[in-house]
Design a binder for this molecule. Structure first.
Ligand SMILES: [Zn+2]
Length: 174
């Protein structure tokens, strides 16, 4: 039987690995993105490569981070990845940031850049974005079991907000 969540946390606290997540919340927050969500046990060395179900071969990740985690016979890559991409802030905006990056990939420009170039006051722009966001988020749905929007969906929301702002300010989007 695989080690329990408590055993996994206890094992790594004892081994004092350098981590971004706060150990007091490591049983309820993803060790990578920091969100409080349902955690999955993720093998450091995959079972198919001889990894065990013991606490020393498991970390706790949300479903999305688990899909992005390295699957390699050398356990050092898992820790290196966690340290390089993990965030410590409890109210992490990690996935929102990923949505902004995804927007850039999809649309080939930075979100809201056209408005900054047109010198729309940034404070009123932020306020308008916040006001529009609730309606736009209502048009989306998170994938089953995830509870949060994925980066490409967040990028769509940003695109919709941009369209409304463009109409309002008489700006043509590229
Ligand atoms: Zn996560």
């Amino acid at each position: 039987m695989a080690a329990s969540t408590a055993q996994i946390v206890a094992h790594w606290v004892e081994h004092e690995v350098e981590m971004t997540v706060d150990w007091s919340t490591a049983h309820e927050r993803c060790w990578r993105c920091g969100y409080r969500t349902r955690l999955e046990k993720c093998h450091i060395v995959p079972v198919a490569l001889g990894g065990s179900d013991a606490a020393d071969n498991l970390v706790l990740l949300c479903a999305r981070c688990r899909r992005e985690a390295p699957s390699h016979e050398d356990p050092r890559y898992m820790w290196r990845w966690l340290r390089a991409t993990g965030v410590s802030s409890p109210d992490s905006t990690y996935w929102t940031m990923r949505g902004w990056e995804e927007f850039e990939v999809i649309f080939g420009r930075k979100p809201l850049e056209v408005f900054r170039e047109a010198e729309v006051d940034h404070r009123s722009l932020n306020a308008e974005c916040r006001a529009l966001a609730a309606d736009e988020f209502a048009k989306t749905v998170s994938h089953f079991g995830e509870g949060r929007l994925n980066p490409s969906t967040i990028a769509c929301v940003i695109a919709e907000i941009e369209k409304k702002l463009a109409d309002r300010h008489g700006i043509t989007l590229p």
